[in-house]
Design a binder for this molecule. Structure first.
Ligand code: SME
Length: 155
């Protein structure tokens, strides 16, 4: 499936009309759920305590909280500070199953002044849902969020 990420980036930029991190992160999750096909969960996890991801604004079923940096796909993104793109979460030994429907996952780390602020986590019920092009597109949407938001040092 082809998604016009350049168009979505312009739409998200127009939607984020505050610089408030809470409002913008809530809007971003709602926007992603509406704009991207085949997602069952979209949300932020925030580093509110050292080496721990706390559940932030999200869309989807109630989710796992807290997640230590040492665990799961989100923990790997936080630890390594690199995007994790997983075709089949069943193949990941320490994947944390919040929603049994999730099959593919994409987790993008968010850094502020060399501190891991949090991660954006997207889940899909479709195996192999996220291509390299999706990864690049979603990273560009995270860049829009970052550019238009004042991220508190401690959310
Ligand atoms: N599956 C994630 C946990 C978060 S939920 O998908 C919302 C993980 O393994 O880190």
């Amino acid at each position: 499936m082809t998604v016009d990420y350049a168009l979505l980036a312009r739409q998200l930029a127009a939607l984020l009309d505050t610089r408030d991190w809470l409002t913008n992160s809530a809007q971003t999750t709602a926007f992603l759920m509406q704009a991207l096909p085949e997602l069952n969960w979209a949300g932020f996890y925030l580093q509110r305590e050292p080496e721990t991801l706390c559940l932030g604004p999200f869309q989807g079923k109630p989710a796992c909280h807290p997640i230590p940096f040492s665990k799961g796909v989100c923990g790997a993104a936080a630890r390594t500070r690199t995007t994790q793109r997983i075709d089949d979460v069943h193949a990941v030994a320490d994947h944390i199953a919040c929603d049994a429907a999730s099959r593919a996952e994409l987790v993008v780390p968010i850094l502020v002044a060399d501190r891991l602020w949090g991660v954006l986590d997207l889940d899909s019920p479709v195996k192999g849902r996220f291509s390299e092009a999706d990864q690049a597109g979603i990273e560009s949407l995270v860049a829009v969020f970052l550019a238009q938001t004042d991220l508190a040092e401690r959310p």
